[in-house]
Every structure is written in structure tokens, then in C-alpha cells.
Ligand binder design. Sequence first.
Ligand SMILES: Nc1nc2c(ncn2[C@@H]2O[C@H](COP(=O)(O)OP(=O)(O)O)[C@@H](O)[C@H]2O)c(=O)[nH]1
Ligand SMILES: [Mg+2]
Length: 236
Amino acid sequence: MAELCIVLPTFNEADNVAPLAQALDRALPGIDWEAILVDDDSPDGTAARIEALAHPRIRCLLRKGRRGLASAAIEGFLATQAPFVALMDADLQHDEAQLPAMLALAKARELELVVATRYAPGGSGDGFAGRGRAWLSRAGSRASRSLTRETPLSDPMSGFFLMRRELIEELGPRLSPRGYKILLDLVASAGRPLRAGEIPYRFRPRQAGSSKLGLKVGAEFLLLVAVKWWKRGRSA
Ligand SMILES: Nc1nc2c(ncn2[C@@H]2O[C@H](COP(=O)(O)OP(=O)(O)O)[C@@H](O)[C@H]2O)c(=O)[nH]1
Ligand SMILES: [Mg+2]
């Protein structure tokens, strides 16, 4: 049985599939890993490219008539028996070379959660496509830190993290299938401090294809955080 399952939601990532498989092979020698690419029936044929890989460690979980990053991630997490699960983008923005260190840290310190962070010494968010996106990410992180005080994280909006599967079993029912900042949702809905650690990494520019999460989604998210924050301030 695999020790680590990497879940990668995909929508129109066909040209990233083969480089991604190579990158994972290179990054994870000596680890018993598997990867689940959760594809929402991408019109560009991403699922067919995954099948064509015929990679013994990589499979496609195909969803029909469905869309959404958070629900894809949750279904991927629930589709494995591996004791550790990780979430990553399929566009090579996240540095897969950090996965062994994340797993080792989780085991050595008995952590429930290890977040790959752009906003700690040694990390960077340089890979953002525009200054607007970079600014939104920083502003969103600052705002969301106030929602996650019980578990302090430098990058609570990170889309790259590893956790024990028990955590998703505990918190899964409380998570929103909508939205796209699943880490924030996990930490905010835990209702208790999580044993968490961080590993810095450099966020890279997207390899092929285009971002599905534009400025509009980011702005909507920021508004949501602001409203929650304001409500909490008033009830405190
Ligand atoms: N299954 C699935 N994956 C999605 C969806 N939206 C985005 N993704 C994937 O989620 C990851 C993050 O999306 P991306 O567009 O790179 O967002 P960005 O990194 O914030 O620009 C990528 O691997 C996308 O292919 C969706 O609706 N369904
Ligand atoms: Mg991306």
C-alpha cells in the first residue's frame, strides 16, 4: 500500500500531464507513493493523456458533470488508503521536490499537517502571473490569518500541503465542497489547534495552459474573508 497519495485536481491540464509524471518520478525515489488526478472531464482531453501514461503509480479519477476545486480535492483524499495525503496543482507551480521533506517532517514531529509556504524565509511567490494576483494572495493571506489564529500559518491560502488522512476523515464532513481555498477551510473549521508545520518553497510560473482561478475569484474570496472577519469582530 502506498504511504503517500498526492491528489492533483485537473481542469484542462493536458500538456502538463507528462511533465508532471516525470517530475513526480524524479522527486520521490525511495517513497511508496501514488497520485490521483481528479479530472472534471476536461474538454482538452486531460483524462485520456493520463490513461495514455499507463503509469503504475498514477491514476485518473474522472468526474462527469461536475466542477470545482475543493470537491475534487476532497474526493481525491477519500479515494485512497494511504496514511498521508498531499494536495498539489497539476500545473507545476508547486515544487514537488519538497514532498519528501514534508513527509519526513510530518513523521518526525508527528504533525497532522505540513504546509508548503511561499511566505516564510526561503519561500517566494514570484510565480504569480500578474501583480494583481500576487497582491490578492498576500492580502488574502493576511486576512485569513485572523481566521486561523488557533493554528498559526504563514500561508493559510497555500494550495500545496500534506496531512494525515485521519484529519480529512475528521474534518471532511465540515468542509465546503465549493470554493477553492481548502486549507483555510480545513484549519478554520477544525475548532481546535492543529499540530502543524511548514516548509518554505518557491512558487513557480505555470507550465502550460491557463489559470482557472482568475482575479474575479480572488476578489470574491477576499470579500468573503472580510465579511467573516467583520462579523467575528462584532460578536467578540
Ligand atoms: N478537477 C478540477 N480541477 C480544477 C478546477 N479548477 C481548477 N482546477 C485545478 O486546480 C489547480 C489550481 O488551479 P489553477 O488554475 O492553477 O489556479 P491558480 O494556481 O490559483 O492560478 C490546477 O491543477 C487546475 O487544473 C475544477 O473545477 N475541477
Ligand atoms: Mg496553478
